[in-house]
Ligand binder design. Structure first.
Ligand SMILES: [Mg+2]
Ligand SMILES: [Zn+2]
Length: 286
């Protein structure tokens, strides 16, 4: 039996905004965050921010209360529920962290709709301080991707997801929804018959417009959650999905209003380069 595995990015894809930025803004960490940003990878910086909140006497419960205020559009809530009801295997792949994601999803009654959440691990230490750790321990080895931040290569995770789905022996298409540059890396791992659903005019869109030939999957863009909900229904409900009515060109690769600057394959796939330990991936906060 054929089904679909839908993998969602989290920040600016499921929620309306960036959860790290939300906490930094709402809990008055902007000054320290900006000061340390040039010196630490984002993942380490957020761990440092949690340490600062602890020093200031903020409890885990107060951080959770802050996260519960993160806006989420009703259209994505119903889209998640209907995709789940139609038998899709829903997962999240995010460079935020487990505590932020689980707190927000639980608050909106969505946590149980997801088969798996893949993100940076979090834990509470003996002092009651929230710790945020890297998904990929880049201090011991590099993941060798020059698109993604050092702590998480989404393409590598997608390879793992595909392998685990294939191991079940059931043919399933992969659908990926995201907005950031690392989401493009995830999209590179999609194959013919899969779908990439990028957020229009966000960093992933810019990269796709520059290198459309690198994506083998069909591309359906979205600009708001109503559109995303509609695209998800189209791509997950195979009986009602009429390709001709979709907004993508017949060659499956180029969104309609993309201005292609360089469609040559040579521009292309990043070779395995050493991952620079840049302070952060600039695409995440936009
Ligand atoms: Mg995002
Ligand atoms: Zn990557």
């Amino acid at each position: 039996m054929e089904g679909a595995v839908v993998v969602f990015d989290f920040d600016d894809t499921i929620i309306d905004g960036d959860s790290d930025k939300w906490v930094v803004d709402e809990l008055d960490l902007n000054h320290l965050f900006a000061q340390l940003l040039p010196t630490l990878p984002l993942n380490f910086l957020m761990d440092r921010m949690m340490m600062e909140l602890h020093v200031r006497g903020k409890t885990i419960e107060e951080i959770a209360d802050c996260l519960k205020q993160v806006p989420i559009d009703p259209s994505i809530v119903s889209a998640i529920k209907s995709a789940h009801a139609s038998g899709c295997d829903l997962r999240i792949l995010s460079d935020a962290n487990m505590f932020f994601i689980e707190t927000i999803l639980k608050h909106h009654g969505l946590l149980n709709y997801f088969h798996e959440i893949i993100s940076n691990p979090s834990s509470v230490d003996g002092e009651g301080k929230l710790r945020i750790l890297p998904y990929h321990d880049f201090t011991s080895s590099s993941h060798s991707c020059d698109i993604c931040p050092p702590n998480m290569c989404k393409g590598l995770v997608m390879e793992r997801i595909r392998a685990s789905v294939s191991a079940e022996g059931i043919k399933k298409k992969l659908i990926y929804v995201g907005d950031g540059t690392p989401d493009f890396c995830a999209g590179l791992k999609l194959e013919e018959g899969d779908y990439l659903i990028p957020r229009k005019n966000f960093p992933i869109w810019e990269v796709i417009c520059t290198k459309p030939m690198l994506i083998k999957a069909k591309i359906y863009e979205w600009s708001n959650w109503e559109e995303l909900a509609s695209v998800l229904i189209k791509t997950t409900t195979k009986t009602s999905f009429i390709e001709d009515k979709c907004s993508t060109r017949p060659d499956n690769l180029v969104p309609l209003d993309c201005k292609i600057q360089d469609s040559s394959m040579s521009a292309a796939h990043p070779n395995a380069l050493r991952v620079p330990h840049q302070p952060r991936n600039s695409s995440k906060f936009i």
